[in-house]
Ligand binder design. Sequence first.
Ligand SMILES: Cc1cc2nc3c(=O)[nH]c(=O)nc-3n(C[C@H](O)[C@H](O)[C@H](O)COP(=O)(O)OP(=O)(O)OC[C@H]3O[C@@H](n4cnc5c(N)ncnc54)[C@H](O)[C@@H]3O)c2cc1C
Length: 394
Amino acid sequence: MRYDTVIIGGGLSALVCGIELARGGKKVALVAKGHSTLHFWSGSFSLLNGDKSSLAEDHPYSKVDDAQFLEDAYTAIEILSVAGISTVGSVDESHRYITPTGGAKSCFATIEGMLTLEEAKTFKSVTLLGIEGFLDFYPDFIAQTLKDLGVETTLDHFSLPETVIRRANPTEMRSVAVARALDKEENIRALASIISRCTTETVILPAVLGFERSDVWERLETLSGKIIRTVATMPPSVEGIKTERALRRVFTNFGGTILSGHTVECGNIVDNCVQSITTSKCVTLTADNFVLATGSFIGGGLTSDRDCVGESIFGVDTLQNTERVSRELFEQQPFMGLGVVTDNDFRTLLSGEVVDNLYACGAVLGGFNPVKEGSGAGVSMITAIEVAKRILNR
Ligand SMILES: Cc1cc2nc3c(=O)[nH]c(=O)nc-3n(C[C@H](O)[C@H](O)[C@H](O)COP(=O)(O)OP(=O)(O)OC[C@H]3O[C@@H](n4cnc5c(N)ncnc54)[C@H](O)[C@@H]3O)c2cc1C
């Protein structure tokens, strides 16, 4: 099968790059072996804590000038909105989202309806409503964060007949299962009745609303007469899965093809040009350009052993680091910056030579630390948009 561009990966970077190429008129295939890290995600898109000009030369953002960087960030929001994902926040001014453990982290866009620290400060009092027996949401931590902001916080829990049944089996009491239960009309009505009895105008729930139905939130607000906000749960992330599904829909609506459940096992490179790739289901794909959007260690794009870090399909060049792991979890861990090196056009290198038609974007790239810098989703989206631009301009 022949395409203009084949993208390897099915996460945020692959989907954003694919959407940009497909709406630029290219015939694009996306090959994904499995779920992406959006399934772990909080519901907020981080861009960068601090100043872009202070980043190292090999940081992916350093390959993008300031004006393009801003334009790309706006494009990222526009792509989300085309996918029907409404966000709050702005590229020009960061805000903070509340993590599942009650921390606060900087970001530029948050799924509408999820509580931000800035909005929380405007509330005088709220009710934080957990679910009995749901272990992936920590209302006590979040309540402490709200109390620290001076918000009067009432902590309560609810259960519905269906959540009581699910509690019997801990694997059944996970965010996606709860969200599926709350898609049912009888459960929406029962929960709305519980919410309506809360004494505050605003009620905060775990982010488990509207998995299959898009009107759950609105129905709950209308039936209960309250303002509802949510805070992220531990994985799996209902908002992340919804975001992945929505982006996939946009990509295919623009004519893109998705080969799900295919692992790309190898590529054929001749004269520093990828000719084809072959998947675990013996499908061979040829294209003018290829994009590596396979993620880091979690996604499977990078492999490691005691001595080095490698790229898993083509064996293209990666940054290496022999420093030991820091004992401080959120410090600059040496392994976090490891990943694929590219030229200024995000083309990969093989033994120091540019592979002319193999680009890389997202978490597979080296040179950045998503945790320390707060740049995870930002790097994925900005580099994906940049790669698409470079391919469209070829
Ligand atoms: C636990 C966790 C929580 C996070 N939370 C946040 C957050 O709250 N905010 C934020 O901004 N960022 C967050 N991030 C970072 C952000 O989610 C990631 O940086 C971003 O989603 C990475 O997207 P990606 O497409 O580059 O890679 P991934 O999401 O890792 O996607 C890689 C894709 O490639 C596929 N793949 C890999 N190898 C192959 C192969 N050989 N053949 C075919 N397919 C292959 C995988 O199946 C997967 O679909 C978080 C990351 C993690 C790990």
